[in-house]
Design a protein around this ligand. Structure first.
Ligand code: GLA
Length: 671
């Protein structure tokens, strides 16, 4: 749609009248909604012209605006003004459609040529619209941003109402910000063996154990283990530990890997007890790439690719089927039809999954583990059969098939609840499945998916949850990923080995939620931020991309053993936010590691490069401290008082601060 004219330009045979250039061209108005709104990034839903994000009339505190743009935090739009605009005008506020939602809070921000030019301050639901009338003369690039308040992005429906520019000459145009080159920072692993993956592993007494020693280095490679607990054997050619351990306790195994270039050793602590998933699960899930288009063939291909791509050598181990392995009676696709359950109530998968036990074997034969998905309600989110009324039988079936992981998604159960914020109502369905899983002689990681309702972090562990989603679904935009990731502050007190907050799956690589995939819309720096932040957060790392189509950059993001070691650190402490500078839009997050060092993320959420600094006093440290760049796997030297780095737009510098305890002891012994 063309821009509307405020005043008719005086034209003569299509040419401007003489003298006009000197006087300046006539002023025109361009509505924000007439720009290419596909260029606006949004944290949830889709950007709407003349409507709220949910498609209602734009309404702020009862005032209805016929024009404007409805969006959702985190959101941003880059607009080239070419120095020809005079005024940007808008009324901003939270749309009334989320009336009463306590977590709705946003800040509107406007940047002119990289510099903050206007901020609304935090605005909440019901607050009257604020007017902006900003002089933008001479400005070349304007950025309109909506940032979430500190309570995350939920309900952050934000309106740029009656938003428009006045300009003379060249019309404003929405642009895609320049994307930095995808620079690979992860060094290639050496040909000598290196043992990666978790250093601690939990298994219940008597449960079948499968643990594959993840190791990089040239093949062929052989593996050995000292101090194997009774009941466990090691296949020296594949590095797979199998068996069962009857007696609870702590076992320390000395693992080694050898090839023609050398050898590596590492201690693996096996905790035989009630807790499993002692480090966050790492693997793949079908949802963010295939969604309803998942098939058993795609699961087998994912398992093959997990091994052939080398990811398995870095500790990636789960292959999880999400929704759509069950029968979906109302789906238009007939390959999803079928009886659904046998006469005795046993679940019968849809015809795309004719042999679940065979599929589980296929995945296990590759040294990997396999997961599936269900709902406590009658239907899953995709409308397939859920487990309601069949929990015991379903858990027994999953165990008999040989499954290792269950994602249990509230979905249709939620529609029958009186109050989704009620804790007892939220706990009840998860307790039922907890009891059903406990009755199995198989360790099944229990992943709660109820989008963070009723403060799940506070009770997820009480129902044996190994992880619990803390947010709604992620999508592959900066708004979504950063909005979710940076709103996890405060939840760290609930994370510990076997109990993980889950800010949803990863959105790097080829994603798509269906048959058609596209490369992630996150820029390279945003992807570094994503993996670094999820590692600091001790989040489950579940890849949501097509593993058969991994490009070199994505592979490099997923195979940095020093970064992954932060995620898998045996201490299991989730990072806290040490500092959030709202004006400069930088944040510093840190987590303590088992070896006495700290992993620190220096993040820049702003629109231009920024210096970010962490002070030793914030980390409880003093004196000279060594700093290591984890992505580059490179020591940066020893620093007094603080470390500071220039961090690109939406990027991160991830460092480890301090000397690892073992190394410090060796250094002392040498002195
Ligand atoms: C919900 C979950 C997603 C996915 C879908 C499947 O939206 O949050 O992760 O499992 O259901 O339908």
């Amino acid at each position: 749609m063309p821009c509307r004219k405020l005043f008719r330009t005086m034209m003569c045979c299509g040419l401007l009248l003489a003298g006009e250039a000197a006087m300046g061209q006539n002023e025109q108005t361009c509505l924000l909604e007439d720009l290419d709104l596909a260029k606006m990034s949004i944290g949830w839903g889709s950007v709407q012209a003349g409507r709220s994000v949910d498609g209602n009339p734009l309404t702020i505190a009862g005032r209805v605006f016929p024009r404007g743009v409805g969006t959702h935090a985190s959101s941003s739009m880059h607009i080239d003004l070419h120095g020809t605009a005079q005024v940007f005008h808008a009324w901003v506020g939270i749309d009334d459609e989320i009336a009463g939602a306590p977590a709705a809070s946003v800040e509107f921000r406007v940047y002119a040529d990289g510099i903050g030019a206007w901020r609304s301050g935090i605005m909440r639901a019901g607050q009257p619209a604020q007017q902006i009338r900003l002089d933008v003369s001479g400005v070349r690039r304007l950025i309109l941003a909506v940032r979430p308040g500190s309570d995350g992005i939920n309900y952050d429906h934000a309106d740029w109402a009656d938003a428009k520019f006045t300009y003379r000459g060249k019309r404003p145009v929405a642009v895609t910000p320049a994307v930095e080159p995808a620079v690979i920072l992860t060094p290639r692993p050496p040909v000598t063996p290196r043992i990666n993956g978790p250093r601690v592993f939990g298994v219940r007494p008597g449960s079948p154990l499968l643990f594959t020693i993840a190791a990089t280095g040239a093949r062929p490679m052989t593996f050995a283990a000292e101090d194997l607990p009774p009941g466990v054997t090691l296949d020296g050619a594949t590095g797979r530990l199998r068996g069962t351990i009857a007696k609870a306790g702590t076992y320390r195994l000395r693992l080694s890997a050898r090839n023609e270039h050398g050898a590596a050793e590492r201690t693996l602590r096996v905790e035989v007890g009630e807790r499993i998933a002692l480090t966050p699960p790492m693997g793949w899930n079908s949802w963010n790439c295939f969604a309803h288009a998942v098939t058993a063939d795609k699961i087998r291909a994912a398992a093959d690719a997990m091994v052939s791509s080398g990811l398995a050598n870095h500790g990636w181990s789960y292959i999880n089927i999400d929704d759509f392995w069950q029968v979906c009676p109302d789906h238009e696709d007939t390959t999803l039809h079928g009886p659904g359950r046998a006469a005795d109530g046993t679940i019968v998968p849809n015809p795309r999954f004719p042999d679940m036990a065979g599929l589980a074997d296929y995945v296990h034969e590759r040294g990997l583990k396999i997961g599936l998905y269900s709902s406590p309600g009658p239907r899953t989110c995709g409308g397939c059969l859920g487990s309601e009324g069949h929990e015991e039988r379903d858990a027994a079936t999953y165990a008999a098939w040989g499954f290792d992981y269950l994602t249990y998604d509230l979905c249709s159960y939620m529609h029958g609840m009186r109050d989704t914020a009620d804790r007892a109502e939220n706990i009840a369905p998860y307790r039922t499945m907890q009891a059903a899983l406990r009755a199995q002689r198989r360790d099944i990681v229990y992943s709660l998916c109820q989008y963070g309702l009723a403060d799940v972090s506070q009770w997820g562990g009480q129902v044996d949850g190994n992880c619990w989603r803390t947010t709604g679904d992620i999508v592959d935009t900066w708004g979504s990923m950063s909005g979710i990731g940076f709103s996890q502050a405060g939840l760290e007190r609930y994370a510990e080995p076997g109990r993980w907050n889950d800010p949803d799956m990863l959105v790097v690589g080829q994603v798509g939620w269906g048959p058609d995939l596209h490369p992630t819309r996150l820029t390279p720096n945003e992807q570094y931020t994503h993996i670094s932040l999820w590692s600091l957060l001790a989040a489950p790392l579940l890849l949501g991309c097509d593993l058969t189509a991994l490009d070199e950059f994505t592979r490099s993001l997923l195979t940095n053993d020093e970064v992954l070691a932060v995620n898998q650190d045996p201490l299991g402490r989730q990072a806290s936010r040490l500092r959030r500078d709202d004006v400069r839009e930088v944040e510093v997050w840190a987590r303590p590691l088992e070896d006495g060092t700290q992993a620190v993320g220096l993040f820049n959420l702003g629109e231009a490069a920024a210096e970010v600094e962490v002070f030793w006093s914030e980390l409880g440290r003093s004196g000279r401290q060594t700093v290591r760049d984890l992505w580059r796997q490179k020591d940066l030297g020893a620093f007094e008082r603080s470390f500071r780095a220039s961090v690109p737009r939406h990027g991160v510098v991830l460092v480890r601060i301090g000397t690892p305890r073992e190394q410090a002891e060796t250094d002392r012994a040498k002195e």
